[in-house]
Design a protein around this ligand. Structure first.
Ligand code: SF4
Length: 488
């Protein structure tokens, strides 16, 4: 059985879609490519089980739509699987229907969709396209393997497949039940980096100071998993983490075999407590801290000064924090379980330990006044200008289907549109008391802080080597790109 795991081209004047492994979809003028860890694990699992697997990320490869279609016609895969997300799901339905038109007497490609959008609304894709299967939940690597076993044995009754698979039978959409996250992450093979074209994701990524860089995932996905705007708790309502030694062994291979110099762990929130301490000690004992930088996602208020110091000793560098609001009312309302003061304390503690906090700031909550949005803007600016935050990203809040925020907005009639293509951060999709232009201008002007004299002087004074200089130049280009991303 031949399987293609694909990111088909998304041809858009809005920029390059950041679709892979992304909790918040955006088109970028200055592209960045994130290693899609779960699809790459799916490819590896399938290959190890004896299937012929082709990795085909047309977005990262810059392919045109025609190149993609020609490639599929030539390869004639038995099954094509894509990850999808709300703003591009309609385009993926068109792709699926185009692929079905390629059917010949001897070849009929099967299509599979997975991701947060189709986990929230699995039946919608059957109604709007000729898709054959939808995989729900976040363990779609395990589920895709299970599906391929079922298909290759021609057991299409699905009586013995895992829960979470949607399919058609006699013109009706059926499913195998609610997905379960009962798979052991330690049983997964390490990603076959050649198979999944690791170099595509090793350079053009704003998180890396040193290249080649790469991604891993120590856990799925976030131990808090309760923020109401976040769509990934839908995929991973429970948290699981790999054993420390399993993660360390993978890092060892990345250093020795691929000469990786920086690793971003894309677990929604990196594990804390004993796991973090054992991990840092293991990194130091194996002397990986002398060879690579480590980056991770973290929650404000989760760690103390000693833990940040230990992370620094293990050569962690960038720590990504979500700064969703500077208003306690909003933090409570989105169930962030955080006090505003903890934002400042955590940034200071991480920075004092020698780490580099990256803050992702959000604007556009329906209940926030302009003054409240401005509070967030001011806090972001202050953290950047004081050097407590090193870099930042600013976006508008998008309530993705399946998230509690989407449900809340739908029930209160706060959604301006249900056209999924509008959920791409180019516009607000929630009704707000603040006019959209004012919110967009706050987002844009947040990026402009990076060009303020105080920020620039601080950056120049912090340059230590040519890698710092190259990183700062790349970061400045990214910031310019983001200013255009949010321009009209
Ligand atoms: S802490 Fe981050 S990853 Fe976890 S639920 Fe909240 S937004 Fe999502």
């Amino acid at each position: 059985m031949k399987i293609i795991i694909s990111y088909p081209p998304i041809e858009s004047t809005k920029g390059t879609p950041l679709l892979s492994q992304n909790r918040q979809f955006q088109y970028f003028k200055e592209p960045t490519y994130i290693y899609p860890i779960v699809p790459a694990t799916a490819a590896t699992l399938l290959k190890k089980a004896g299937y012929q697997v082709i990795w085909n990320d047309c977005i990262a490869q810059g392919w045109s739509y025609q190149e993609f279609i020609n490639f599929i016609k030539e390869e004639k895969p038995d099954l094509i699987a894509f990850e999808t997300k709300t703003p591009v799901v309609k385009q993926h339905w068109r792709v699926i229907d185009d692929l079905k038109k390629l059917t010949t007497d001897k070849w009929r490609p099967l299509t599979v969709l997975f991701g947060d959008h189709v986990s929230a609304l699995p039946e919608e894709s059957f109604q709007n396209s000729k898709v054959d299967f939808v995989l729900t939940g976040g363990d779609y690597d395990f589920l895709l393997l299970n599906l391929c076993h079922a298909l290759s044995k021609h057991k299409l009754s699905f009586n013995d497949t895992e829960p979470g698979i949607y399919y058609r039978e006699n013109g009706q959409v059926k499913n195998t039940g609610q997905f379960k996250l009962n798979h052991d992450l330690n049983s997964l093979p390490f990603i076959e980096r050649e198979l999944t074209h690791w170099q595509l994701y090793a350079y053009k990524n704003g998180n890396y100071k040193l290249t080649p860089g790469t991604y891993i995932m120590s856990g799925r996905d976030c131990w808090w998993h309760r923020c109401t705007f976040c769509s990934w708790p839908l995929l991973y309502p429970e948290f699981r983490v790999r054993k420390v030694d399993n993660v360390l062994d993978e890092i060892g291979i990345l250093i020795e075999k691929y000469h990786i110099r920086e690793i971003m762990d894309d677990t929604g929130t990196f594990p804390v407590g004993d796991w973090l301490r054992d991990f840092c000690s293991g990194v130091i004992k194996r002397e990986y801290n002398k060879k690579i930088y480590l980056d991770c996602n973290m929650r404000f208020g989760a760690l103390n000064q000693e833990e940040y110091k230990l992370m620094k000793k293990a050569n962690f560098r960038l720590i990504l924090f979500g700064l969703e609001s500077a208003n306690q009312k909003t933090l409570n309302r989105i169930n962030k379980n955080l006090k505003v003061e903890e934002i400042i304390e955590s940034c200071k503690a991480a920075r004092c330990a020698g780490l580099f906090p990256h803050i992702t700031i959000m604007f556009g909550y329906p209940w926030e006044s302009y003054e409240e949005a401005l509070n967030t803007w001011k806090l972001g600016k202050w953290l950047l200008q004081k050097g407590y935050a090193h870099t930042m990203q600013a976006t508008v809040v998008i309530p993705y289907p399946g998230s509690p925020l989407f449900e809340e907005c739908a029930s209160k009639k706060l959604l301006k549109t249900l056209n999924w293509e509008d959920y791409d951060m180019k516009h607000l999709v929630m009704r707000t008391e603040v006019p959209e232009e004012k919110i967009m201008s706050l987002v844009q002007s947040m990026y402009k802080v990076s060009f303020s004299p105080e920020f620039v002087i601080r950056k120049l004074l912090s340059l230590r080597d040519k890698e710092d200089l190259k990183y700062s130049i790349r970061a400045a280009k990214k910031v310019m790109g983001h200013i255009f991303d949010f321009s009209k």
